[in-house]
Write a protein that binds this ligand. Sequence first.
Ligand code: ARG
Ligand code: ASP
Length: 722
Amino acid sequence: MKLNKSIFALALLIISRLTVFAGEGMWIPMLLQELNEKEMQEMGFKLSAEDVYSINNSSMKDAILLFGRGCTAEIISKEGLLLTNHHCGFGSIQKHSSIEHDYLTDGFWAMNKKEELPNPGLTATLMIEMRDVTSEIFNGVNDKMTEAERNTMIKDNANALILGFEKDSPYKAKIMPFYEGNQYYMIITETFKDIRLVGAPPSNIGKFGGDTDNWMWPRHTGDFSLFRIYVGKDGKPAEYSEDNIPYTPKYHFPISLKGAKKDDFTLVFGYPARTEEYLPSFAVELITEIGNPQKIKLRETRLDIFTKYSDNNPEVRIKYATKHARVANYWKKMIGESAGIKRMSAIEKKKDYEKKFEKWVNSSDYTKNEFGGIISGFENYYSQLEPLSLALDYFSEDVMAMEVIKYSFGFRKLIELSNVKKPDEELINREVEKLKRATATFFKDYYKPIDKEVTAKMLMYYDENIDDLYKPEFYKEINKKYKGNYVDYANHIFEKSIFDDQNEIEELLNNYKPRDYKKLVKDPVYKISNEYYDIYLSKLKTPIANLYTKIDSLQRKYMKAQMEMEPGKRFYPNANFSLRVSYGKVEGYSPKDAVYYKPFTTLEGIMQKENPDIYDYVVEDRLKELYNNKDYGKYADKDGSLHVAFVASNHTSGGNSGSPVIDANGNLIGLNFDRCWEGTMSDIAYDPNVCRNISMDIRYFLFIVDKFAGAGYLVDEMDLVE
Ligand code: ARG
Ligand code: ASP
C-alpha cells in the first residue's frame, strides 16, 4: 500500500514535470548550465552542460558549423567529414551538374578523396567562444540619449571591442544583440574556405516527396549530403589548394545505431536564423494577414510559370531547380504560418496578453514611468508602417522576381563610376571584372521565356496592388501607349534591351569605355530598374528606417518590461543566427480531431508513396531491391523495419537545417531538416501540442551511403556506437 502510494506520487511528479516542459526555447550554449542543465537531466540527458559547450575542453560545439549562408552542419569523423542536408548542399550539387553529369538526378559519390569536388565561395564557420559583453557595450549609454546617439555609442563600443580582440587573435569577432538589444555577446569564430563535396544521394532520395511533402509530416526524405573540410598543411583555414589536407577537428560526433524511441530525450544544436516570439499583436497581424497573403500569391504565379517551362525540358529543370526550391519553400511556409496563427488564435492571445501587460504597467509609478505607452506606440507605428511595408514586400517579392531587372540593378555602380568628369579607370576595371563574373553566373541559370512571362505578371500585380504614390513613371506608358497590356510591354522591353542577351552584355563589358554608360542608361530594362530604385530611395527607405528605429526601441523596452513583469519565468532570446541549443523528446502529435501521427516513418512508407509517374515519388530500382530483400543490415530497427525519419519537440527554425539531433548520451541519432505543417508558425508563436521538428533517422543515412551507394568506406571513417 505504502509502496503503491509512493509510486503514485512519483508518477504524478513525472507527469507534472513532463507537462511543465513545453519544448519551447532556443537557448544560449553559454548559459545552459545556469538555465537548463537541471531540466535537461531530469528529462533524461546523461551528460552535462560542459559536454555541450566548453571553452576549456573539447565539446560538442567544436563539431557544429554554420554552413554556407544559412544552414548548419556537423563533423562526423576525425578527418573532417561534414554532414548537412541535401537541400543545404543543393546549390553546390547543382553547380557541378549538367545534362552529362546530372548529379541532382543521379547522386554523386566520391570514391576516394581525390574525387571530392571543390566549391569556390562555400564556407563553414566554427564558433570558438562566446562572451557576455553587455556592460562594455552599454558603457557611456544613458537614458537621455536619442535612439541615434545610443546606436552610435553602441556601435563605437562594439568596434573598439572587436578591434581589441582581433589584434591579438587569429580568429574573427563580431558583436550580436540578444533579447532585443538588452544583452550583447561577442561571438568568436573561425571560417573554413575549402569545403569539398563528398557525396549526395539522388534527388528522389534527398528530395523525396519534393515540394508536395515539404513542411509536412509524415515524411520520407533522405535529406542529406556530405562534404569535407580541408585546411592548409599548418592545419589552419586556407583557400582551396590541391595540397590542402583534411581537417582534424577537436571533436566529432559518434553515431548511434540504436535509433530514437518514442519519449527519448533529444537535443538539437545549430544555427536558427530568425524568430519573432515577442512581437505585439499588430505586428503579427501585419505579417500573417497582410504581408503573407500577398507574397503567397506572387510566389505562386512564379512557381506556375517555372513548372510550365521545366516540366518537359530537363535543361530548364536543372537551371531553375534551385530557384524553384527557394521560391516554393517559403511560399508554403507562409501558407502554413498564417494558418497556424489563426488556428491557435495567436493574435487574440497576444491582445489578451497586452491587456494584462498594460494593467501591470499601470500598477505602479515606476512601471508607468519606465514602460508607459509601449502598446499604444506599437499600434501607432504599425499602422503607419502598413502601406510602406506592403510596398517594400512588393520590392522584394515582385520587382526582384523579374530576373533581368534585378540583374540590371547590379550595373548602378559602374554607371556611377563612369558618369563623372574624370572616371577612375582602375575602379572601373575592377567593377567591370566583377560584372563579368556576375554575368556568367546569371546566364548559367537563366531562361528568357520564363523571365518574360514572369515580368509581364509582376508588372501587372504591382500596378494592381500598390498605391499610385509608389508607382514609377513607366506605368503611365504601359497604361497609355500599351493600353495596359503588360505582355506587349514586356515583349517590347525584352526586344529593345541588351540585358537579356549574354553576348551583347559580354561584348559591352569586354570593350567597356566610360562613355558606354550612356547606352546602359538608355536601355529600357535599366530605365525600369532605375525608376523603381528612385521610388525606393525617395519614398520608402527613409520612412521605413525611421519607423523601425522607433519600433526597435519599443521592442527593446517591451522585452525588458516582460522580463520584469514575470521575474520567475525563463525567457529565451529570439533566434539571430547564433548557435543555440533546443531540447525535447521524440513524440508524435495530433494534427486534427481523431487523428494521431506516430513519431517515426519507415521504408514501408516510401513504397506506399511510390508513383513512377510523379517526379516527387519516383523510387530507385536499387532501393526497391534492398526493400524487397529486406537487406537493411545493421541499420534496421529492433522492430525489423528501416526507419527513415522522426519527429520530436525541439524548437527549431530556418537555419537549423542540417543540425545534429543528439541523444541522451551525446550520440548522433538524426539530422534535422524541417518542421511539420501544423507548427510552421513557431517562429512567431509556439504551440507545444503541434510544433515538431522533422529529422532524418541517422540509420537511414548510413544505409543509403553503405547499402545503396556502396560507399561503405565513408562509414568506416565514422565512429558507430552499437
Ligand atoms: N522546408 C525545409 C526548410 O525550410 C526544406 C526545404 C527544402 N526543400 C524544398 N522543397 N524547397 O528549409
Ligand atoms: N528547413 C529549414 C532550414 O532549411 C528548417 C526549418 O525551417 O525548420 O533551415
